[in-house]
Design a protein around this ligand. Sequence first.
Ligand code: HEM
Length: 536
Amino acid sequence: MDSFLSNLPLETITRVALRLIGSATLVLAIISWRYYSFRRRLPPGPRGLPLVGNLLEMPKSHPWLTHTELHKKHGPIFSMQFGTSTVIFLGTYGAARDLLEKRSNIYSSRPRSVMVGECISQGNRSLILPYGEQWRGYRRLQGSFLSPRMSNTYRELQDLESKQLVSEFLTRDDFFKRYHRYSSSLTFALAYGKRMPTGQEEEVKGVELIMDNLNNAFITNWIVDSLPFLNRLPKFMKPWQRIADFLGDEERDFFTMIRSGATQRRGYNWCKDILTMKEHKALTDTQLSYVIGNTYEAGADTTTMTLQVFTLACVLHQDKVKILQDEIDRVVGRDRLPTFEDTEKMPYLLAFVKEVHRWRPVLPGGVPHAVTEDDNYMGYHIPKGSTIVGGHWAISMDEELYPNPDKFEPERFLENPDLPFSQFGFGRRKCIGQYIGNNSMMINVSRMLWAYNITKGWEIVDGKKVEANVGRFDFVSGFNSPPLPFKAAFIPREDKVRDILQREFKQAEKSTEAILERIEKAQQILKEGEPTTAAA
Ligand code: HEM
């Protein structure tokens, strides 16, 4: 090669080199022109670079904080480009409602997820299914056992789990674990007909493992997600496929095993319930196992995290806790625990729970939707296939809707009971378990604060006992964003609280079968009055 070049006249080499540089410049100019003219039609946003877009500007942690700053600069809607993917961020409730709710016929899909959605879950996982017949089939089944009326039939089980939860704090303060036990046991009993009285049961650990694997797979940058065509290579050339096969087999076997156990149990559970609906016939056995497994996944962690945020709010906002305790004492008195009926007479409690959701959303980055048609909004082009993110954190911190947004102020929901909040998402993909979630929050918040003063915990520093530090912004950076571990103390409000908690838990019906049989009867009565199952 060297000798070939050295035989050419310098003039020729220079001409060829100049041509090459000229062609490369032209190609770059065309790519840049196409990139920037495409970007010009989109909602505003950081310019980025041709080919990579804004890939180099991805925040390393807590991306929702950066997105909120970008909304301050660019307004309620901005866009970013990650390789070939366009992502559009919505930072006000109005913009999210305009697109994700009012135009939900085209804004209800999910972005393509090659590794998790296609390779691991093989198109079975409900949360990331694209909008279409299969997702609608899942939603019809879920809508039938998670409707507001059906959700109220689960209250007896929530009552028992909540009595166990509140009495546990008489002897321990590991509230992260206690809340997790509550949510896992409640959801597992409804889904599979078996309570989890310790939280250490094999089934709880099995789902935890699946969730950990899934969360790790979600936050890993798989090359096949950036370059989906690689997934068409033969299997031996796809190293990620081996991992996906292992994780996929593990979760499929597990979901199938626990579902088969559930269909043998006495009394009500979701696995048995869906077999009574004609819609289940359109789905395969594996898909039915995923419908229930994924509902359990979606419900257990979100409720746990929201209870953790409630505890943080109590530790940091004793003045608001005092107002709520006065309301609880007025309605309930001091001789028994609050009931569901009591909670319906407590407007401040409802406002307090809504403010917990708004103040520190547990899915702060939002759950991405995808748009299935080209669209226009506020004069901007929204290309088909874009990812659309209603940012829960950005919306919660919108000063116009929530003045002094960092302040924990339940009063804002008292003054305006219709004030919206975004923590259950939007439109057709909106959280379908919100009624169970709300019932859990109302009963547990009222009982925890009826029983305890919740204050900062203690730690030993240099041999001295000091109040533990609690950060108002210390949250995990991930899809789920619970508070980082912190210490809290649960101090019974008076001596007799101990006896009352022990007595109420002792007297509560503990037979899961008996409770589930009553739920089954209550549901039968409701269904007899309902001609069809709830549709999405
Ligand atoms: C209080 C706690 C909860 C919070 C904050 C929460 C939040 C959310 C959010 C933000 C979404 C996505 C919405 C969207 O895409 O726009 C979602 C979806 C979902 N949630 Fe919840 N949720 C909670 C409790 C529950 C419970 C208790 C269940 C069931 C027992 C549940 C079942 C589901 C399901 C099945 C989906 C999937 C919807 C889809 O098909 O895409 N959630 N939830």
